[in-house]
Design a protein around this ligand. Structure first.
Ligand code: FBP
Length: 700
């Protein structure tokens, strides 16, 4: 008889332990839901009031004045607490309001807390006020798809990641028809205010909506959201008004946690190079923060590559009395050489493994690719504007698209004034691998953004790296250094004199801890030739097995593992920093609304300081606008903030490049940021980039 009980699955499923461990609700979730982020001092008072300040100056764009006449003179507003106020202020502040909120663009951890902050403040001012959540992004406004938020719904998502409560989408309200429908929705819901939680493009859209809805008495407020960290606002004198969008800290910590684990793994099994592409669109802020958090061996920063000047080329051209315009900016080929250099240097000290971080938008900073991206953006946008069918439906397959490009090249040959796509562009594009051509031709989003996340940048780059490493291997340059003591032991154990073979085998024998096989020895055949020439073996003699073993150990094989860090980090539950930041942004939004503001973006100043010093403010969006080429046309937009190569954060990473590459006999210099914990001491308080860059803060 077997001693085992018969299992009745019904009983098992009803067992309290099974019920507990398989429940969706766990202790971590409850802890998050029950956490109340502290509110800034001003919000502890009964009311808040806006104090306009002219302290911050912006250079105003004339086109922005023309298109946003009623918003362009908006000022920065400081939010202050108030315990008592006169009757008319109180009536206005606590009046029953209907407020709509929408998420726009990619999810960013903390979004639910923006809603929670707004909801709590609005209900506290007047329990009858209603908050509507538009579903699945701006389409929800256009199509009037909204839900009224309740205590239960808001409480279920407090301090939780994602935008699950009302979802998000990337539609832009950019036509008269969409604007008309949006206005109708606001009228139907009797909205007093509309809140747009989004990135630079969505906040741009918020300003246009604000202008268009002034006559309808609908206030529009923006909130700076994006994991990319590319919404940063400074005034003309460099005063920081918004140092960082929400979600950046969490995403960076999530990416850093995973990449740090790869650093640990690769330095344990010492056989892989891990290639980590990280999100961030054009800007490399996330890659920079990951570098600071993990000290990965190599981190490429797109903005740094654009600044590159090839001094050797310049010098050579100077000697020939010529100018070399190709010396400016890095090419894909050159970049692959830089990566190979790091790989070869580490291999020389026995480290044929490591971790490389590549920002997803790096191609934007590579000369030849940037030209393609810009030209193709324009071609696609122009096609969409002038034809009934959009570019991608008209040319569904790669071959159709390439045919269209060929026709454009033909046109340039017939009409000298047509410069958009010429024969040279076409020839160069035809040299690009098909998968990469497809990537570069992919559908742009409604804001005209290039879909970096879908392009296999790392595949393109690592293809070139692998090719060049093979050349370096054949040239005998890419070799794995052999530890001196290991060499001695191996030969002595086999009964050979290490010194007799050492000077024949290695180029630095007796001079270094890691021995490098001579470049001329690249195969067993060339090894034999070298040994015979030095007369340590005769033509009839076998190569000693121990010597051959050492040689074989010096021959590298380059093995990679490719990873993409993006959607995972974007869906992470927010760090405590992002929980508090976003809750206070929500409270700020309500203050701006209750005080009649419109066309303003909610923000918190002093994020790098202790929480008690945080200052909620409203930033006028219109004065931040400038003209940029979008979809082949000049458009008013908020400027994307990319990594400043003169910033302290970048300088620190740059100064540590060699240290973190660790191409020395001693160990690696990895840093373990640890997991994101909602409570407890081990969590990073705030982004390292934020702390470092604040050291250069312009004092007021
Ligand atoms: P937002 O700019 O909308 O915040 O999106 C950020 C982001 O995560 C980028 O880093 C990334 O390129 C993009 O979204 C990917 O999203 P999608 O798959 O929708 O293009």
């Amino acid at each position: 008889m077997s001693g085992k009980k018969t299992i009745n699955i019904e009983d098992i499923l009803n067992h309290p332990t099974v019920q507990r461990v398989t429940d969706n609700i766990n202790a971590e979730l409850m802890e998050r839901r029950n956490y109340s982020p502290p509110a800034s001092d001003a919000f502890g008072r009964k009311y808040t009031v806006l104090k306009e300040t002219g302290r911050y100056k912006f250079t105003l764009d004339q086109e922005a004045r023309r298109q946003l006449p009623e918003l362009i003179d908006n000022k920065v507003q400081m939010i202050e607490g108030l315990d008592k106020a006169d009757q008319s202020f109180v009536e206005q502040y606590v009046k029953k309001r209907n407020i709509g909120i929408v998420f726009s663009g990619g999810p960013a951890p903390g979004g639910h807390n923006v809603i929670a902050g707004l909801y709590d403040a609005a209900k506290r001012a007047n329990a009858e006020s209603k908050i509507f959540g538009f579903l699945v992004g701006p389409d929800g406004i256009i199509e009037n798809e909204a839900i009224e938020l309740s205590d239960g719904l808001v409480d279920a998502y407090r301090n939780l990641g994602g935008f699950t409560m009302i979802k998000t989408g990337r539609t832009k309200i950019d036509t008269q028809e969409k604007m008309k429908l949006s206005k109708e929705t606001c009228r139907k819901l009797n909205l007093d205010a509309l809140v747009i939680v989004g990135g630079d493009d969505s906040n741009t859209n918020a300003a246009f909506l604000a202008q268009a809805m002034i006559a309808d008495n609908v206030q529009v407020i923006g909130v700076p959201k994006t994991i990319d960290g590319d919404i940063q606002v400074r005034d003309d004198e460099g005063h920081v008004l918004c140092a960082m969008s929400f979600g950046f800290h969490t995403a960076a910590r999530a990416f850093a946690g995973s990449i740090s684990n790869l650093c640990t793994d690769s330095s344990s099994d010492v056989k892989y190079w891990h290639i980590c592409k990280v999100m961030g669109r054009v800007a490399s802020h996330l890659a920079l923060e990951v570098a600071l958090q993990t000290h990965a061996n190599m981190t490429l920063i797109g903005e740094d590559l654009a600044n590159y000047v090839d001094m050797n080329r310049l010098e050579k051209a100077k000697q020939q009395g010529k100018a070399d315009y190709h010396a400016y900016g890095m090419t894909l080929r050159h970049l692959s050489r830089v990566i190979c250099d790091g790989i070869v240097r580490r291999a020389a000290v026995g480290k044929n493994y490591g971790v490389i971080v590549i920002p997803e938008g790096i191609l934007e900073f590579i000369n030849e690719i940037q030209v393609f991206i810009i030209k193709l953006n324009t071609i696609i946008a122009e096609y969409n504007q002038t034809h009934d069918k959009d570019f991608h439906s008209a040319f569904p397959h790669l071959e159709d698209k390439l045919d269209h490009l060929r026709r454009l090249a033909q046109r340039s040959r017939e009409d000298a004034s047509f410069k958009l796509w010429n024969t040279r562009d076409d020839d160069l594009f035809n040299d690009v691998a098909a998968f990469f051509q497809e990537g570069l031709l992919m559908e742009r989003d409604s804001h005209g953004n290039f879909p970096f996340s879908q392009v296999e940048t790392e595949k393109v780059l690592m293809g070139l790296v692998k090719d060049y490493l093979n050349i370096l291997k054949e040239e005998g340059v890419y070799k794995i250094g052999i530890l001196k003591d290991y060499y001695r032991k191996t030969l002595e154990d086999a009964g050979y004199d290490p010194d007799r073979y050492g000077s024949v085998l290695f180029e630095n024998y007796g001079k270094a801890q890691y021995l490098l096989v001579k470049p001329s020895i690249i195969s067993v055949k060339t090894l034999r030739q070298a040994l015979e020439k030095a007369e340590v073996i005769t033509p009839n003699e076998e190569i000693p097995a121990a010597v051959e073993k050492i040689f074989k150990k010096s021959v590298p094989s380059f093995k990679t593992q490719i990873h993409f860090y993006g959607y995972d980090g974007r869906g992470n539950d927010p760090t405590r920093f992002d929980c508090i930041y976003t809750y206070n942004l929500g409270l700020t939004v309500f203050s701006l609304i209750a005080n009649g503001a419109t066309g303003q973006m909610a923000a918190i100043r002093n994020l790098e300081k202790d929480f008690s010093e945080w200052e909620p403010i409203g930033i006028p969006i219109a004065p931040l606008m400038h003209l940029e080429e979008r979809k082949g046309k000049l458009a008013l937009v908020l400027e994307k903030s990319i990594v400043d190569v003169n910033s302290i954060a970048f300088k620190v990473v740059e100064a540590n490049r060699d240290k973190w590459l660790a191409a020395t006999p001693s160990g690696d210099n990895f840093r373990r940021p640890g997991p994101i914990r909602f409570t407890g001491k081990s969590e990073e308080e705030r982004p390292i980039t934020l702390e470092l860059n604040a050291l250069a803060r312009v004092e007021e």
